[in-house]
Design a protein around this ligand. Structure first.
Ligand code: ATP
Ligand code: MG
Length: 655
């Protein structure tokens, strides 16, 4: 591919505060560089050291890295461990009474669960799974509300060596069915219903529908958590209440020791760019990535109250709810509800109530919270916060600034973490006690991670231009394959037409500035080609979001006879939807704004307004659908991961 042009100038820099550096796990640039140099000198030795330091092994490994059959690599592959033992048992003697989870329900009640109690719950449920005949290597689909039991179910699978596949509770019967069939699951764990934002949503009914779609004979057990006491249909030969099958189980359970490479879980990607991929992760390598990133990026301190708002249905909820915080012995919040119920200040209220220190959320949440009240956070006591994080999409510099100044009160570092379902843990992110932040940049790669922006031939791209964002060496927490589909794994991530298939291809484009900072420019598939200029989506969208009227924006290309492509922008305003006359005026203002902010080449030809944008259920903008709308064509792509189908209709109205 030709390179991508960078047109956005962002010169603000925020170095770490001295006060923060003093107590940081990685304190100062030299400490960061020392780690990077250690990895450069002896790549496998570096990871071996960390794996010995942070993981408790049942049988220590002697082999570190096996690259004899690339792209199928292995790490620590003659070692044995149990991930649940690492998350629970090893804390019992040192801090059994420490709170592991502070659960905040949709309606605002709080339940606290210590490491000892969580251990007992996991053991009881693990024994129950065994009593149902679930064995090591079996696949178990988990379709649960965001409650403590979701973590218990995942940890219990890990404890007995069963491979979980969590399906987000908002997905349809069709998605659940597809995941059951793909994995030939033996059991499904669910609840009668889930409650979010004061509303009840069926889960068990959806599982019943999924199982009725056929090809599901592999499933011998459906285990149901009783939550809302809703009326549900019962299939007595197949269905079991959670409370019944755990009632008489002992509260200890010897963990099943598994090989380091044993698959811990399968998880499907968000489906922003196409059909979701069944990403398969290892046990040890994955666990290690979650722990090192908790240490480095979240700068974990023993008194932290850690809150990652992601649902366990996404990789962020796997790595930074179920595994990372527990493996490191943290206290964390699990929140069942939504940011806007019962009021728009709910997130801030929870931070105040539980004295949250570390808050990790997504740009989509940040942008919608700005829309709901720019000054709302100021009504709450957020003085407990010491670190803020962002994940899921590029964060537009203006949204970053709001997060930093209004939520973090210009005191808390913001860590913009770039990573993917496939990478298992953070890849590029500012280590907060070491690296100065620049709004909109995920900054520098973590120690031991070798990333670059390259062209097709594999050559690094010079400053100011973007290219393929690749990872040059497999590291421990990188996916091992796509479940059941090694060919798709090879073709998707190591295609021979980019750098001869030597590097892991992320699918994102990025550029690197003179300080070596990375700026993610969007998806490679979304790059626009306007009059011979190749432009990423992120910079144009960020220019739009920088206008005080705009809450969110997505840009796509539309075929144009002369220019090749013209730019169509879909915009959500901070105020309500404008009428036709006003829309024309605002569109004209915004077109000129973009032209003056970043150049005439980026001026949108057409602007359409909506109350929202089409998003995946994890909150990411689905530009591929907007591209079809911009062309005026009917949507025929996979929309199973789309959150809000009605919005397509609204955006279809041209200005
Ligand atoms: P699919 O691969 O099915 O299209 P997806 O890529 O959205 O779905 P995820 O693995 O959930 O699925 O998301 C990873 C992607 O999210 C990254 O490739 C990147 O495009 C985007 N992303 C995540 N964090 C950041 C970040 N901090 N900055 C920029 N982009 C990010
Ligand atoms: Mg992806």
């Amino acid at each position: 591919m030709a390179t991508i042009e960078s047109i956005l100038q962002e010169n603000r820099v925020f170095p770490p505060a001295n006060e923060f550096v003093k107590h940081a796990n990685v304190a100062g640039m030299e400490a960061y560089q020392a780690l990077c140099q250690e990895a450069e000198r002896d790549y496998t030795g570096f990871w071996a050291r960390l794996a010995k330091q942070y993981i408790s092994w049942h049988k220590p490994f002697t082999r570190v890295f096996d690259d004899s059959n690339l792209p199928f690599y292995k790490w620590f592959d003659d070692g044995e461990l149990n991930v649940s033992w690492n998350c629970l048992d090893r804390h019992l003697t040192t801090q059994g009474d420490k709170t592991a989870i502070i659960f905040e329900s949709d309606e605002g009640e709080t339940v606290r669960c210590s490491y000892r109690e969580l251990h007992q719950q996991v053991c009881r449920f693990a024994n129950a799974l065994k009593s149902r005949g679930v064995q090591q290597g079996d696949r178990v689909v988990i379709y649960m509300p965001m409650r403590i039991e979701a973590v218990v179910a995942m940890q219990a699978c890990a404890r007995i060596g069963a491979i979980h596949s969590v399906v987000f509770g908002g997905f349809s019967a069709k998605s659940v069915h597809q995941r059951i069939v793909d994995a030939k699951a033996v059991a499904v764990i669910t609840a009668d219903e889930q409650t979010r934002g004061g509303k009840h949503h069926p889960l068990k009914v959806t599982v019943d529908k999924a199982l009725a779609l056929g090809d599901t004979d592999s499933v011998h057990s459906v285990i149901v958590l009783q939550h809302t006491h809703a009326d549900i249909v019962w299939h007595s030969e197949r269905d079991h209440w959670w409370h019944d099958i755990t009632a008489d189980q002992p509260d200890t359970c010897e963990p099943t020791w598994v090989n380091a490479e044993h698959p811990l879980f399968i998880l499907y990607t968000s489906g922003s760019t196409g059909k979701p991929k069944g990403v398969q992760h290892s046990s040890a390598g994955y666990l290690l990535g979650t722990i090192t990133s908790m240490q480095w990026v979240f700068d974990y301190q023993p008194n932290d109250i850690f809150w990652c708002t992601a649902d366990v249905g996404w990789v962020t909820g796997h790595s930074y709810v179920t595994y990372g915080p527990l493996a490191i012995g943290a206290t964390q919040i699990i929140f069942e509800g939504v940011p806007t119920y019962p009021h728009a200040g709910r997130f801030w209220e929870i931070i105040q109530k539980h004295k949250v220190t570390t808050f990790y959320t997504a740009p989509t949440a940040i942008r919608s919270l700005i829309k709901l009240g720019v000054d709302l956070p100021k009504q709450y006591d957020l003085s407990s916060l010491r670190l803020l994080g962002s994940v899921g999409e590029p964060i537009n510099p203006e949204a970053w600034m709001w997060y930093y100044t209004t939520v973090g009160q210009s005191r808390c570092p913001v860590v913009d973490t770039w990573w993917q379902t496939e990478t298992g843990s953070h890849i590029i992110a500012p280590i907060p006690g070491a690296i100065a932040a620049k709004p909109g940049s995920c900054t520098l790669p973590l120690p031991g991670i070798d990333v670059a922006a390259i062209d097709e031939a594999g050559q690094p791209i010079k400053e100011g231009k973007g290219g393929f964002l690749v990872i040059k060496r497999p590291f421990p927490s990188l996916l091992r394959t796509l479940w059941n589909d090694p060919e798709r794994f090879k073709n998707t991530y190591f295609p021979t037409d980019v750098a001869g298939g030597r590097y892991y291809l992320s699918g994102d484009s990025a550029h690197c500035d003179r300080d070596g900072y990375f700026w993610v420019m969007g998806r490679v598939d979304d790059v626009l080609n306007v009059s011979g200029h190749r432009l990423g989506t992120m910079e144009i969208e960020s220019a739009l979001v920088a206008h005080p009227l705009v809450a969110e924006a997505a840009v796509v290309g539309k075929p144009h006879e002369i220019k090749g492509e013209s730019i169509v922008a879909f915009v959500v305003l901070r105020k309500e939807l404008p009428d036709k006359e006003e829309a024309i005026k605002i569109a004209a203002t915004l077109r000129e704004w973009v032209a003056s902010e970043i150049g005439a080449i980026a001026r949108p030809e057409e602007i359409r307004f909506g109350e929202n944008l089409p998003k995946t259920r994890s909150g990411k903008i689905m530009r591929r659908l907007l591209r079809t709308l911009a062309k005026g064509e009917a949507i025929t792509q996979d929309t199973s991961t789309l959150e809000n189908p009605a919005i397509l209709e609204q955006l279809n109205q041209a200005v």
